[in-house]
Design a protein around this ligand. Structure first.
Ligand code: ADQ
Length: 428
């Protein structure tokens, strides 16, 4: 039977080894959350990196790891520490990620990491070729694997390949600064169908194809040799029912059934009749605008002191890419800002900011979404932003306000939210 093979850098579960035992914990992040529902819905295999380098996996545990992954319909690509450094922390996260999010000043163009990116993309392609039959559908995800489509096509000219980019595709003027711009485009053009979150990203991509490769483009078709490649926008959604059902179930819980977090949230609500929660949830990433948001919250409290003791900002930040220097600096900046603002403005009965730097179980995410009056999402740039959609899906009583950056892909679809320009401090 034909199957769908999903390929992304990370698998939907991450493995942890402790005392010779393997545990699989769900991966956090937009891609993993979004694709999980597709993966569990049919006959599919997910290929990706397990999150552990070859050096971290004892030889004798390999069979155990393989069977733990097989239980989750997954199969791993093995990467050494050096490969993870060059491919993941290097080219993917110090070149492509900042460049595609318009952080040109953070983009590093290192030949060595590019070479590793190519070699690792070939490893992913080989893993697909080993598992795929000609009638299977191959669905490749995201900026870490942009060369894989062409690498698979070279060996299996007739197989169906789709590619989806989860981050913005930047305008031609930005993209053209990449030394390996033609190779990246050619890699992507191994696909039959290339998807983006928004029409703007699609338009930028087509413009780069036309100008850098000189190919014929008609509407959203690209003509390459005897092939026609389709390009389109597919704004990614969420598993709406999962979030709204969970929210309804939480609203019916008795006092005994509530989580500790929910009880704390309820206590704060009762402390003042018009107490409000602002919520922000992101991976700790410089593209998400977390530091600006904290500064804006402090500014708000100083400008409108009547809100002191009435509002509280809950910041939930998932640790991310902590090996990259910009992320370490950001972590320090956010820690310091939270410390300074809380130190300056707290009273005996009130702390303005609750800051959680960790991943949270789904149950607690729902507690936060359903208890917060305002979701405050102000990324500087964001491919889509699924948190905005998750928040709306949990507002089953139809209350709540979404304040959303117009630089997030989701702003295109959610124009009843309060849209702000994240660079306009007063507006935030
Ligand atoms: P991300 O940058 O990871 O995704 P986003 O779309 O907001 O951003 O998804 C984050 C996901 O992680 C959400 O499902 C959220 O619930 C979850 N999450 C965040 N913090 C959490 C925490 N502390 N604990 C548990 N879960 C947490 C990338 C792109 C986005 C794009 C997605 C999907 O950067 O622009 O929307 O892929 O394509």
């Amino acid at each position: 039977m034909a199957k769908t093979i999903i390929i992304s850098n990370r698998l939907p579960v991450q493995l942890q080894i402790s005392n010779g035992d393997i545990t699989a914990v769900p991966s956090v992040g937009g891609l993993a959350t979004g694709m999980k529902s597709v993966h569990s819905g049919g006959d599919s295999l997910w290929i990706g990196w397990s999150g552990l380098t070859d050096e971290e996996i004892p030889e004798e545990l390999v069979p155990k790891i393989d069977s733990a992954l097989a239980e989750h319909g997954s199969s791993k690509v093995n990467l050494t520490e050096k490969e993870v450094d060059g491919f993941y922390y290097g080219f993917s996260n110090r070149t492509i990620w900042p460049l595609f999010h318009y952080f040109l000043e953070y983009s590093e163009f290192e030949l060595d990491s590019w070479e590793t990116y190519k070699a690792v993309n070939q490893k992913f392609a080989d893993a697909i070729l080993e598992k795929a039959n000609n009638e299977d559908t191959i669905w490749i995800h995201d900026y870490q694997l942009m060369l894989v489509p062409q690498m698979v096509r070279a060996e299996r000219p007739d197989i169906s390949i789709g590619f989806f980019l989860h981050i913005p595709f930047p305008s031609y003027e930005i993209f053209r600064t990449l030394p390996w711009r033609r190779e990246v485009l050619q890699g992507l053009l191994g696909s039959d169908l290339i998807g983006f979150h928004t029409y703007d990203y699609e338009r930028h991509f087509l413009s780069s194809v036309r100008r850098l490769l000189g190919l014929e483009v008609s509407f959203n078709d690209i003509y390459l040799d005897d092939r026609v490649i389709k390009v389109d926008s597919f704004p990614m959604g969420i598993d709406y029912k999962k979030f709204s059902d969970a929210a309804k179930e939480h609203s019916q819980r008795t006092e005994d059934q509530k989580s500790e977090l929910q009880k704390r949230l309820d206590t704060h609500k009762k402390s003042a009749p018009d107490a409000k929660f602002f919520l922000s949830i992101d991976r700790l990433d410089y593209t998400k605008g977390i530091a600006k948001r904290l500064n804006a919250f402090e500014y708000f409290l100083k400008k409108y002191p009547q809100y002191k003791e009435k509002v509280r900002l809950i910041i939930l930040a998932v640790p991310s890419r902590s090996n990259v220097p910009q992320y370490q600096l950001l972590k320090r900046e956010v820690d310091e800002l939270v410390g300074r603002i809380n130190g300056e403005l707290s009273t005996v009965s009130w702390t303005p900011i609750w800051y959680f730097y960790r991943s949270m179980p789904f149950e607690n995410l729902i507690d936060l979404y359903t208890s917060s009056d305002i979701a405050w999402l102000t990324p500087i740039r964001d491919g889509m932003n699924l948190v905005a959609k998750e928040y709306i899906a949990t507002r089953t009583d139809k209350t709540g306000v979404l304040i959303l950056s117009e630089m997030a892909g989701s702003a295109n679809e959610m124009n009843e939210s309060l849209l702000i320009n994240p660079n306009n401090f007063e507006q935030i």
